[in-house]
Design a protein around this ligand. Structure first.
Ligand SMILES: Cc1ncc(COP(=O)(O)O)c(C=O)c1O
Length: 377
């Protein structure tokens, strides 16, 4: 079956955070959702749910759990038990729960910047202390700053928040890198909370290695977060899950969410199961299309924006642009005035950068790049 990722779909006026926040003629290449319709099988599953007309409380069915277990084994060779799965309304609540469950008030939570803003916000939201260590750029590639992390450790540090693959750096962390991080966490007795929401969006010929697969002997310190939401473009359905193999750790993780977490919704369980069971062909087509967008973007930046630096995007549909050389006081505002909304680097812990979301039609990307050239060339 062919999927037409070039098909125009009007998103303005659909209560879309991405398209309706700025309005006007601004092309939104900011918040991380894609402009593509979800796989037809997902849309059909949702249509069937709507046609039924009864929207009582949902029970996440065993068939959904089985679909997730099969997906993880097929794609990653990771065999999990169904009891390890904890349903969440999103990964951001899971990051907050990790801070609250594993560190006491005032204790430290460690992460590497730049990073998806809720990593930086969750510790303070839960009255914990954030320690942020910048990633290192070596020979054009972003690396984990392992030596600097060693120096940043304090006796009251309890948790490491890991973004794997990395938003916004686009890095796929290799097995050796995950092993080194796990060794670091073991030596300093840190819980490793591994956000793997982008793990099905690997654009290069590289595999994603789940943290839980690398460290089966460290089950009592690993919480892995996953979701079909980025892969199949379902983030508006509010569905994610954590995988926590160790029973005692699972109980600790769940404690702060007691009485707060909603049941999974009827629509999200229907969509998630259809996506995992029937979305593989669409997913392969998506990766091809995103690869094409990534290549077009990298070629444009190299040829037309000589003062912008961009590292190669191995995974995700997000690019991290270094615009420091341009000396703009507010680069995101300047881009918006030129008709393109990008995410400002400051929110990720790195002013002087912009994040560009290329999960859109090729035509939209090309038009956005034409507009951006007026500001960034
Ligand atoms: C690394 C990362 N984690 C989590 C999220 C959001 O997860 P959720 O919508 O499930 O809270 C995003 C969305 O962009 C993300 O990039």
């Amino acid at each position: 079956m062919d999927f037409d990722f070039d098909a125009p779909i009007e998103r303005r006026g659909t209560a879309s955070f991405k398209w309706d926040l700025y309005g006007g003629d601004v092309l939104p290449l900011w918040v991380a959702d894609m402009d593509f319709a979800s796989p037809p099988q997902v849309v059909e599953a949702l249509e069937a749910r709507v046609a039924h007309g009864v929207f009582g409380y949902a029970l996440a069915p065993d068939s959904l759990t089985e679909a997730i277990v099969a997906h993880l084994e097929r794609r990653y060779g990771w065999r999990i038990e169904s009891e390890w799965i904890v349903w969440l309304p999103g990964i951001v609540p899971g990051l907050n729960m990790s801070c609250e469950a594993f560190a006491a008030p005032g204790e430290a939570v460690l992460t590497v910047t730049p990073v998806y803003p809720p990593f930086l916000e969750a510790p303070a939201q839960r009255d914990r202390r954030l320690v942020a260590v910048p990633a290192e750029l070596r020979e054009g590639r972003w690396e984990l700053p392992l030596d600097a992390l060693e120096r940043a450790v304090t006796p009251d540090m309890r948790v490491f928040l890991f973004c794997h693959p990395h938003n916004p750096l686009g890095r796929v962390w290799r097995r050796e890198e995950v092993e080194a991080l796990l060794d670091f966490c073991r030596r300093h007795d840190l819980i490793l909370a591994s956000d793997e929401i982008h793990c099905d969006l690997i654009l290069d010929d590289l595999g994603h290695v789940p943290t839980g697969l690398v460290g089966p002997d460290d089950a009592d310190r690993i919480v892995t977060f996953m979701s079909p939401s980025k892969t199949f473009n379902l983030p508006g359905l509010n569905f994610a899950y954590a995988i926590v193999a160790d029973k005692a750790l699972r109980r600790r993780f769940l404690r702060p969410g007691e009485g707060l977490l909603p049941f999974p919704g009827s629509f999200s369980v229907a969509a998630a199961e259809a996506a995992y069971r029937e979305g593989a062909e669409w997913h392969a087509g998506l990766l091809d299309y995103l690869r094409g967008n990534r290549d077009a973007l990298e070629a444009f930046v190299a040829a037309e924006l000589p003062r912008v630096r961009m590292t190669h995007v191995e995974a995700t549909y997000l690019a991290w642009l270094d615009v420091r050389e341009l000396g703009l006081s507010d680069a995101a505002a300047a881009c918006r005035e030129a008709g393109v909304a990008l995410s400002a680097g400051a929110a990720f812990g790195d002013p002087g950068f912009l994040r560009l979301n290329f999960g859109c039609r090729r035509k939209t990307l090309e038009e956005a790049l034409r507009r951006l050239a007026a500001v960034l060339a």
